[in-house]
Design a protein around this ligand. Structure first.
Ligand code: TEU
Ligand code: CA
Length: 556
């Protein structure tokens, strides 16, 4: 019997950029409740909020100082309770962001832990003695620099895979696990419908914390490679399920960078005894810089055959064993239409619809990131001063100034193409001042100037808009078991221009053909034998596919 998360479409809200309701230029909980009618109209089932807990915002809320207090700038706990009730009254569900690989260094646990080696919180984090006066190993932080910081009071280093303000929790300590389970119960007992779990595959560190692979002149070892899928991860996830999750009817999705389908099958399943699904990164990690020192910082388009191989591998290997999450973008990725389609005005809407079709006709739970349903694009910032994300700013200083492995203009080009900032500009609601995001003086972050053309008000007025196309896709999924449960078959893996695949279920077949280029191409998959059920052009020549044309056919 399928679980409700398998029939759902999730909408991801980045609260600080979604809707401001009190004119301070920052999105908030009451702003979200104002927009529930819009989300209802789109047809989504579940809302996932990025962290809304008390935080110094070193990493925009992924550095939590108090798990059971709402970040004041977003509102109060009674605002949250009201929002949750409204979400449920509207027949929607709410998934929160669980960030328990690390806390903020302002969390009281860390403030105590760092004081000495024998206080009650001393072992809540990962402390190690210096080795030859240096960091205990070669691990690098995802936000540049070493993954270790020295604290004189303890005469030791502490581990932080991310910012120095994000110390990693010590999951080997049973007390830490009990604290996590108790904060999870706090939110689940309020009626929250599940969790997205931040870098949950990093919580079990390798024994002895050995050096990580350090290739091609990189300044530090690749810590993600050595911490993902650690020795006790399965044990911890099963304990978390046994002690907490199994007692609630909830949805869980674990963010697992560097994971494989085999790991997904190990850590998730369809019988609810571990996670329900994971966010894998194979497709979004494509197109990295050939120079390993530059990692993701690149400006080259992804090769279609590699994109097809990545997505198809997960479709085929999880079928019947586990459940895929389906996403093109989120708050950590550039805007999908700019990265995988085209944000040129003549092709933006066409390619947004083509990308949406290609993803939403697959098996799994689709995730729509705020603004994706409008075809919002990258913001193409030009100056470093326009960026606000710690990852972007630290990478620039580390790679341009410290390591001097890339020129300033080149790095600004890479940031413009790949930065997380691209997806954090305010939601574009209208052509009015500040895109209707805030009536306050200034939004917390720079608007994408194209909000005058690309905004929800315009989309809702136009019948053939990207919004109504997403609405149709979501309805098609809700109405079709073939789309939800059918098996997957990739066609022509080596075709670098067209992504074509089939879905099969109880004798019916769906044929999806998407042109990923700005050229007009000829392709024949005997589509003329099928019934056209979806298209992003109003007219067609059966065997020819115009720029970014996508068509879906049903064979009964
Ligand atoms: O992201 C984990 C993660 O792997 C990111 O560092 C991502 O791979 C990278 O930013 C891509 O460039 C989660 C959250 O989604 C992210 O927002 C946080 O910054 C990070 O964990 C630390 O909590
Ligand atoms: Ca506000």
């Amino acid at each position: 019997m399928p679980k409700w998360f398998q029939d759902s479409v999730v909408y991801q809200i980045y609260p600080r950029s979604f809707q401001d309701s009190n004119s301070d230029g920052i999105g908030d909980l009451n702003g979200i409740s104002q927009r529930l009618p819009y989300l209802k109209k789109l047809g989504v089932d579940v809302l996932w909020l990025n962290p809304i807990y008390k935080s110094p915002d070193v990493d925009n809320g992924y550095d939590i100082a108090d798990y059971e207090t709402i970040q004041p700038v977003y509102g109060t706990m009674s605002d949250f309770n009201k929002l949750l009730a409204q979400i449920h009254e509207n027949g929607l569900k709410l998934v929160m962001d669980l960030v328990v690989n690390h806390t903020s260094d302002q969390h009281k646990w860390f403030q105590e832990s760092k004081k000495s080696r024998d206080n009650p919180y001393a072992d809540y984090y990962i402390w190690r003695d210096p080795v030859d006066g240096h960091e205990p190993n070669n691990w690098g932080s995802a936000f540049s620099g070493p993954a270790w910081t020295y604290v004189p009071e303890r005469g030791q280093y502490y581990l932080h895979l991310f910012a120095t303000g994000q110390p990693d929790l010590n999951w080997e300590n049973p007390q830490v696990r009990q604290e996590v389970y108790s904060l999870m119960r706090f939110w689940l007992d309020k009626g929250v419908d599940g969790f997205r779990m931040d870098v949950i595959n990093f919580i079990s560190k390798p024994v002895g914390l050995p050096d990580a692979p350090q290739e091609g002149g990189s300044a530090y070892g690749d810590s993600f490679a050595i911490v993902s899928g650690g020795p006790r991860l399965d044990e911890f996830l099963r304990e978390m399920n046994r002690k907490v999750l199994s007692k609630y009817d909830v949805m869980t999705v674990g963010e697992m960078p560097d994971s494989t389908p085999e790991e997904a099958i190990n850590y998730t399943n369809l019988d609810g005894t571990e996670l329900n699904m994971i966010f894998q990164f194979q497709h979004v990690n494509l197109g990295g810089n050939p120079d390993p020192r530059l990692g993701k910082w690149n400006d080259q388009p992804v090769k279609l055959s590699e994109l097809k191989e990545a997505l198809s591998r997960w479709q085929v290997e999880l079928d019947g064993k586990a459940w895929n999450s389906l996403y093109w973008g989120n708050h950590d990725q550039p805007r999908a239409v700019s990265r995988f389609g085209s944000d040129q005005p003549e092709y933006r809407e066409l390619s947004a619809k083509m990308l949406a079709t290609t993803l939403h006709m697959m098996q799994g739970t689709p995730y729509v990131y705020e603004g994706e349903e409008l075809g919002m694009t990258n913001v193409h910032f030009k100056e470093l001063s326009e960026y606000e994300d710690i990852e972007s700013i630290n990478a620039y200083h580390q790679l341009v100034e410290k390591e001097r492995v890339v020129a300033p203009e080149q790095m600004l080009e890479y940031l413009s193409f790949m930065s997380r900032d691209n997806s954090r500009t305010p939601m574009q609601w209208s052509a009015e001042k500040n895109a209707g995001f805030t009536d306050g003086a200034k939004p917390w972050y720079g608007l994408n100037p194209n909000y005058r053309q690309i905004n929800a008000e315009n989309e809702l007025k136009q019948e053939g808009s990207v919004f109504y196309y997403y609405q149709k896709l979501i309805k098609m999924r809700h109405d079709s078991e073939l789309i939800r449960y059918g098996s997957y078959e990739l066609l022509d893996p080596d075709d670098e221009e067209v992504f074509a695949y089939k879905r099969h279920y109880k004798g019916q077949t769906l044929l999806v053909i998407s042109n990923f280029t700005a050229d007009t191409l000829e392709r024949d998959y005997e589509q003329d034998q099928g019934e056209l059920v979806l298209a992003n052009y109003s007219e067609r020549q059966e065997r020819s596919f115009k720029p970014y044309e996508t068509r879906v056919y049903l064979f009964k």
